[in-house]
Design a protein around this ligand. Structure first.
Ligand code: HEC
Length: 256
């Protein structure tokens, strides 16, 4: 056994591979992958902007969820859910927030609508495929893809880290992990956002986190019994209606 370990170590030195103690595929230390913000808001507007963005993404999630039955119908071709259809429903859903938005917030909202619509347009071929039931499209996928497109245009980061995430894109960072822990231990009544100021690289940011709670239609995949495969083959989370599944996390760059 000892001989074998020595032989492996020798081989690693020869091939230039990292020694066993150095974990391969681990998260890099320090730095921030996203720290250049094309859109920033004054400190005084940060809270309201983050709240509006979180509300808008949750509204979009509900619009998409309402189409879930149509999306999985193998008999249907065109689902009638183009980017344009989606965007107009989304704009009406967030109209109150839009009306009283500042010019800076309106500009950010336009980029959000653009990003959300892009993702629905990008997924048309997938959504309109006939003869296939599950096409791997649901609100969380839209959010994940929309977040990437939106960040690319604004710098603002919107993500939904999960307590037992499926896509590695939804891995929580340290602040998000502690928010998840807080909401899990505080129970169903705690819905106040957790907010903080931080520095990402040289950029001052405002962070907003609020719980995403399960409702009965989510339980087929995120409910009980824990560990049993859901219809997609993921292990169910074992959660109940009202439990948190993840947090809506918004990070905005500050201009002052
Ligand atoms: C058909 C099964 C299914 C149903 C029903 C479902 N989800 Fe999910 N959920 C998934 C899958 C699959 C992912 C990973 C999606 C991705 O990132 O592509 C996911 C991801 C998520 C995430 C991101 C964190 C994570 O765990 O990866 C949240 C938050 C979430 N779902 C919330 C909900 C809520 C709230 C509902 C009900 C309104 C719901 N889900 C209903 C399958 C489901």
């Amino acid at each position: 056994m000892i001989e074998r370990t020595a032989a492996v170590a020798a081989l690693l030195v020869l091939t230039g591979l990292p020694a066993a103690a150095e974990q391969v595929g681990a998260r890099a230390k320090g730095g921030f992958a996203e720290s250049f913000f094309m859109e920033t808001v004054p400190r005084a507007e940060a809270k309201a902007t983050a709240e509006k963005l979180a509300r808008a993404v949750i509204a979009a999630r509900m619009i998409i969820f309402a189409y879930a039955g149509k999306f999985v119908d193998p008999a249907l071709g065109d689902k009638g859910f183009s980017g344009e259809v989606f965007e107009s429903q989304w704009r009406s859903a967030v109209e109150p927030d839009l009306i009283e938005a500042t010019p800076g917030q309106k500009k950010i909202f336009e980029k959000l609508f653009w990003a959300g619509r892009q993702v629905i347009d990008n997924n048309q071929e997938r959504l309109n495929t006939k003869g296939v039931g599950w096409k791997n499209f649901l609100p969380a996928k839209w959010e994940r893809e929309m977040g990437q497109v939106f960040t690319a245009r604004t710098g603002i980061v919107i993500k939904q880290p999960g307590r037992a995430y499926r896509s590695p894109m939804n891995a929580p960072d340290d602040t998000e992990r502690s928010a998840l822990g807080h909401y899990i231990s505080a129970g169903h009544g705690e819905n106040r956002p957790l907010t903080s100021y931080a520095k990402w690289g040289k950029q001052d940011v405002y962070r907003h986190m609020e719980p995403i709670r399960l409702i009965p239609p989510c339980l087929g995949c995120h409910g009980k019994p824990r560990g049993e495969p859901d219809m997609l083959g993921f292990e169910k989370d074992g959660l109940e209606s009202g439990d948190i599944i993840g947090v809506m996390s918004v990070t905005i760059g500050l201009s002052d």
